[in-house]
Design a protein around this ligand. Structure first.
Ligand SMILES: Cc1cc2nc3c(=O)[nH]c(=O)nc-3n(C[C@H](O)[C@H](O)[C@H](O)COP(=O)(O)OP(=O)(O)OC[C@H]3O[C@@H](n4cnc5c(N)ncnc54)[C@H](O)[C@@H]3O)c2cc1C
Length: 402
C-alpha cells in the first residue's frame, strides 16, 4: 500500500519518484530489472529538462559529470556550412549537456535513495493491474514469488514496450520510418572538443557528440545498400534495442570497423575501432498514445510517446511529463480535485510529444542520402539560412526544446 505506485525505474520513473518523495508523498517503484541498465542510449539533456531536474537537486550532479555542448557545427564537402551557438537559449543552462544515460540514471537513483532507500523494488515485474475506481491493484512477480500492491494512483513509466499500456488498451498513433542508424562510442581524437558536429554527406549524415572522459559518440545514417559486418541484420532492431559494444567480439567488432570506415569515407576523419566501448543499431518508429490518463492510471515517458532518437528528445520529454504531473499528483494525494488539471496535463504533454515528433522528422529528413547535385544545393541553402542571425537563433531554440 502506497500513495503512488510507479512502474519502471528508467530515467522518467526515477525522476517522477524523486519529485513526489521530496514533496512528502509515499511512493513505491517497481522495476523488473534486478540491476541498473548498463547501456547508454540517451546522452543529450536539454536546458528545460535541466531546469526541471534542478528542482530535485540533481542538475548540479549531472552538470558536474557531463560535457556542456555550447555549439554545433554543420560541415559538408570539407567546409563549415553553419555554426550554431546555444548561448542565447537559457540564462541558467546555455548548453545541451552530454552524459551517458546509465550515469544519469545512477544519479537519479541516488537521489531517490536519499529520500527513501526502501522506495525502489528491483526484480519486480508488473503482470496485471485492475482499477476499481477507488484504487488500483497491481499483480507482480519476483524471484520470491507473486506480489500484490494497491495504491490510489499508478504512474506507468515502463518504456516503449509498456505492459501497462498493453493491459489498458487504447489507441496508438504509429509510424515506421525508412531510416536506420549505427551508433558507437570511441576515444576522441578529433579536436572538436565540446562541440557537436553534423557532417552532411551525400551517403547520409554522420553526427558526432562529445562524451565525458575524452570520448565521442558517432551516429551514421545507414543507406539502402549499407550492410554492416556485424551479426545483427539491419531492420531487425527498433528504437530502444541497444547492443553493448565489445570491439574484440566478432560481429560487433566488425560493426565498429564498418563505422570507422563509414566515418572516414563521409567525413575524412579517422576513429580508432579498437577504442569502441558501445555499439547500437537502431531503426525508428513513432508510437503516440491518444490518452495518457485513464481512470487512476497515468502513462508518462516512452510508455506514452516513443519518438525518434534523432533529435535526442525522448528522455527529456518524459522528464517534462513528470515535472508537469508531480504537483497534480501531490494535490490529489492531499484530497484536492484535479480532474481539470489532469485534462490540461494530458493535452499539453501530447502536444509536446507531437512537436518533438515533427522536429525529429525534420532532423531525419536532413540526414537522408542525396545525389551530388541536390546535396550541393541543399547544403548551400542550409548555409544561407543559418547565416541569418534571427533564423539561427530560432533553430537553436527548436533544437533545445524551447
Ligand atoms: C539510440 C538511442 C539514443 C537516444 N538518445 C536520446 C537523447 O540523446 N536524448 C533523449 O532525450 N532521449 C534519447 N533517447 C530516448 C531515451 O533513451 C528514452 O526516451 C528514455 O529511456 C525513456 O525513459 P523511460 O523512463 O520512459 O523508459 P525506459 O528508459 O525504457 O525505462 C522503462 C523502465 O521500465 C521497466 N519496466 C518495463 N516493463 C516493466 C514491468 N512490467 N514491470 C516493472 N518494470 C518494467 C524497464 O525495465 C525500464 O527500466 C534515445 C534512445 C535511443 C534508442
Amino acid at each position: 500500500m502506497a500513495d503512488v505506485l510507479i512502474i519502471g525505474a528508467g530515467p522518467v520513473g526515477l525522476f517522477m519518484a524523486s519529485l513526489l518523495l521530496q514533496d512528502g508523498i509515499d511512493v513505491q517503484i517497481l522495476e523488473q530489472r534486478s540491476a541498473p541498465e548498463p547501456h547508454s542510449r540517451a546522452i543529450g539533456i536539454h536546458p528545460p529538462a535541466l531546469a526541471a531536474l534542478a528542482g530535485t537537486g540533481v542538475a548540479e550532479a549531472l552538470v558536474a559529470e557531463g560535457v556542456p555542448i555550447r555549439r554545433g557545427v554543420a560541415l559538408g564537402g570539407g567546409k563549415c556550412l553553419a555554426q550554431m551557438s546555444f548561448a542565447g537559449v537559457s540564462d541558467r543552462f546555455p548548453f545541451i549537456l552530454s552524459l551517458p544515460q546509465s550515469r544519469t540514471e545512477a544519479l537519479l537513483e541516488r537521489r531517490v535513495n536519499e529520500h527513501d532507500d526502501g522506495a525502489l523494488h528491483r526484480g519486480v515485474r508488473l503482470t496485471r493491474l485492475s482499477d476499481d475506481g477507488a484504487r488500483v491493484t497491481v499483480e507482480a512477480v519476483s524471484v520470491s514469488g507473486p506480489l500484490h500492491y494497491t495504491a490510489p494512483l499508478v504512474i506507468a513509466a515502463d518504456g516503449v514496450r509498456s505492459t501497462v499500456r498493453a493491459l489498458r488498451g487504447g489507441a496508438l498513433r504509429m509510424k515506421e520510418y525508412p531510416d536506420s542508424y549505427l551508433m558507437g562510442d570511441f576515444a576522441d581524437n578529433t579536436g572538436f572538443g565540446p562541440d557537436a558536429a553534423l557532417f552532411l554527406a551525400g551517403a547520409g549524415i554522420v553526427e558526432s557528440f562529445p562524451l565525458p572522459g575524452q570520448r565521442r559518440r558517432w551516429v551514421a545514417r545507414l543507406g539502402a545498400g549499407d550492410v554492416t559486418a556485424g551479426s545483427l541484420t539491419i531492420g531487425d532492431s527498433t528504437t530502444g534495442d541497444s547492443t553493448p559494444g565489445d570491439s574484440a567480439a566478432g560481429g560487433q567488432g566488425g560493426d565498429a570497423r564498418w563505422l570507422m570506415r563509414c566515418v572516414r569515407e563521409r567525413t575524412g576523419l579517422s576513429i580508432d575501432a579498437g577504442t569502441n566501448s558501445m555499439l547500437s543499431r537502431f531503426g525508428v518508429r513513432t508510437r503516440l498514445t491518444r490518452r495518457m490518463v485513464t481512470g487512476r492510471v497515468v502513462m508518462i515517458g516512452d510508455a506514452a510517446h516513443e519518438v525518434s532518437p534523432i533529435g535526442g528528445q525522448g528522455m527529456n520529454l518524459g522528464w517534462l511529463d513528470a515535472a508537469a504531473l508531480a504537483p497534480i499528483v501531490s494535490a490529489a494525494v492531499r484530497g484536492q480535485e484535479v480532474e481539470a488539471a489532469l485534462r490540461t496535463f494530458e493535452r499539453t504533454r501530447l502536444r509536446a510529444a507531437a512537436r518533438a515528433t515533427r522536429q525529429a522528422e525534420i532532423n531525419m529528413a536532413l540526414g537522408r542520402p542525396l545525389p551530388d547535385g541536390l546535396l550541393a544545393a541543399r547544403n548551400r541553402a542550409i548555409g544561407g539560412v543559418a547565416a541569418v542571425p534571427a533564423v539561427n537563433a530560432l533553430i537553436a531554440r527548436r533544437f533545445t526544446m524551447h
